[in-house]
Design a protein around this ligand. Structure first.
Ligand code: NOJ
Ligand code: CA
Length: 580
């Protein structure tokens, strides 16, 4: 696992009345309608999801850190863009060692991000615009400042001792085994007061919960109920592959080489992807289904079969396991820069299509460099960003966007170690510069601080390219990355072929131009993307599909012209047309 890899049913209408937690808005009975369309699709299958990193989206109180009110202020933008659900990365109280992924209270909002009242307002305003809110559930670990852990470490006999994974060392100063943390060093931290080690898959400030203890499961399921009752429509489940470890604590086999933190590489045989994970996912799913909520998985997998397992053998686990393999296609191992590789995409999409599952495509997130940076060639960067959007947002499945992606926003990596905020960047410098570069403030205007706030210096700096790549400037330019994203998202919402249709690959031998149909009954949309930096021509004979191909009506075109007898595409050109 690399550092970044931690890292048809019948239409039905079910009405259920779930239990509402005692702390939630009185004992109101919530009636949830689980609605499906004629294709049997649930709401989340038609939704466009958009990840918001709250620290970086909008800073309403001008203290340099984004906040919930800053998200509320920008809901009109999200609605206009075509977003149906926002996944907000953790905004619970936290010491912020891992910028929120170290939770010290699951049932509140971090004071730097606002209050529960701010959340209620955000939820109400989002609901008015048809936007749902997804929270991030850090299931694997808590902060070492969470009261559960403070109790657990208080003594060996504390009633919460077994809520975490405590073990004796092998001897003085020798941890229980050779497992290494995903963020470097041993996964075992010695606690001198009680003379035992506790296990942490990530930072030492993130002790792993012991999911073998039923009390942990009960507490975490209650957390989900608490937020469902307050209005969230689902959770993105953090680090779901690390919930369990081998109880016998076998050493992991080692591999040649060392990672960015100087640790011996190892095969994560005994501390990753254990079968017991699935039991927990089924329990979380049962509760989620009661609320017509969705579970999105942070599912780093090696192949489609592994990904398929997360849906559950009876479709009873994660609704939307994110296809994070999609972020790695076209990458030479070890290299940062990627290239669009039509053949690799075609093969991967074919594998997803034959899996029988509903794909969940992702091109970037807060843990990996921005997509516009990964694929940049220094000459056609904007056109590449447009091509990527036009491509994956017209595939069958549900997309999960990352904030700023729609602007062609680029990474702004720290140049000096002393500027790094992300601890893995400090620990791994210069080999691993951390994740600050992909977490910089959303670029709203060409003004000071990119319009993120009108006050204190933002916690991370916006890049100089914010002067040209920002919402205000791009909204005024019909050819901008933002305008292409908006046009494609509009199509996704309005055209049944793009929303519900099948995926039919075309010209499968073409190494440069990716072409496919999306087809729903008589409605057919052709998508053609030049994945190369050279001019290309693509020709189409759609007779095998029972289509004459006459009268193609272009819907979205960028650096492309022509008709089905010859679509002429400039570098990374896009041609999307309705065909008969
Ligand atoms: C995955 C999250 O996306 C990442 O940001 C975090 O550092 C780890 N899980 C640990 O929670
Ligand atoms: Ca703020």
């Amino acid at each position: 696992m690399s550092m970044r890899r931690w890292a048809c049913p019948l239409a039905r209408l079910a009405l259920v009345a779930p239990f509402i937690g005692a702390t939630a808005s009185a004992q109101v009975q919530l009636r949830v309608a689980s609605q499906r369309d004629a294709e049997g699709h649930a709401w989340w299958q038609h939704a466009v999801f958009y990840e918001v990193y709250p620290r970086s989206f909008g800073d309403a109180n001008n203290d340099g850190l984004g906040d919930l009110n800053g998200i509320t202020q920008h809901l009109d933008y999200l609605q206009d863009l075509g977003v149906d659900a926002i996944w907000i990365t953790p905004c619970y109280p936290s010491p912020q060692v891992d910028f929120g992924y170290d939770v010290s209270n699951y049932e509140d909002i971090a004071s730097e991000y606002g209050t529960l009242a701010d959340f209620d307002r955000l939820h109400a305003e989002a609901q008015r615009r048809g936007i749902r809110i997804i929270f991030d559930l850090v299931v694997n670990h808590t902060s070492d400042q969470h009261p559960w852990f403070l109790e657990s470490k208080a003594s060996r006999t504390n009633r919460k001792r077994d809520w975490y994974v405590w073990r004796d060392g092998k001897g003085p100063n020798v941890p229980p085994n050779n497992w290494t943390a995903i963020f470097g060093g041993s996964s075992w931290q010695y606690d001198p007061a009680t003379g035992q080690y506790y296990y942490h898959a990530f930072y030492r400030q993130q002790p792993d919960l012991n999911w073998r203890n039923p009390a942990v499961e009960t507490a975490m399921l209650d957390v989900t109920r608490w937020w469902y009752a307050r209005g969230v429509s689902g959770f993105r489940l953090d680090a779901v592959n690390t919930l369990f470890e081998d109880p016998q604590l076998h050493d992991n086999p080692t591999r040649p080489g060392v990672n960015a933190y100087g640790d011996q590489e190892q095969v994560r045989k005994y501390d990753d992807n254990l079968p017991e994970n699935h039991r927990v996912l089924r329990a979380l799913r049962q509760v989620a289904d009661t609320y017509d909520a969705v579970l999105i998985g942070e599912t780093w997998t090696d192949d489609v079969q592994q990904l398929k397992a997360y849906y559950g053998s009876n479709h009873d686990e994660v609704h939307m396991p994110m296809d994070l393999m999609f972020t790695e296609l076209g990458r030479t191992p070890g290299a940062r820069v990627q290239r669009l590789d039509a053949r690799a995409f075609r093969r991967h999409i074919a594998a997803m299509e034959t899996s029988g599952e509903w794909p969940v495509y992702v091109v970037s997130n807060h843990d990996i460099p921005r997509v516009a940076t990964r694929f940049a060639d220094g000459q056609h960067d904007d056109q590449i960003a447009k091509a990527i959007g036009a491509f994956y947002l017209t595939l069958r499945g549900t997309p999960v966007m990352y904030y700023g992606e729609e602007l062609g926003m680029q990474n702004n990596d720290p140049q000096r170690k002393e500027d790094v905020k992300d601890p893995i960047g400090i620990k791994g410098w210069p080999k691993e510069k951390g994740r600050d570069g992909e977490r910089t403030p959303m670029q709203w205007t060409h003004g000071p601080n990119a319009g993120f706030n009108a006050g204190a210096k933002p916690w991370l700096p916006a890049p100089p390219s914010a002067r040209t790549h920002n919402v205000a400037t791009e909204n005024a330019d019909r050819t901008s990355v933002l305008s292409v994203y908006k046009a494609v998202l509009k199509l996704r919402h309005e055209d049944p072929a793009v929303r519900d249709g099948s995926y039919v690959p075309l010209n499968e031998d073409d190494p440069n131009v990716m072409s496919y149909l999306r087809r729903y009954k008589d409605d057919v949309v052709l998508v053609v993307i030049n994945m190369s930096g050279q001019d290309r021509t693509a020709k189409f004979d759609l007779s095998a599909q029972g289509l004459s191909g006459a009268g193609a009506r272009p819907i979205v075109q960028s650096a492309a012209r022509g008709d089905l007898s010859g679509v002429k595409l400039g570098a990374y050109g896009i041609f999307i047309a309705e065909v008969k």
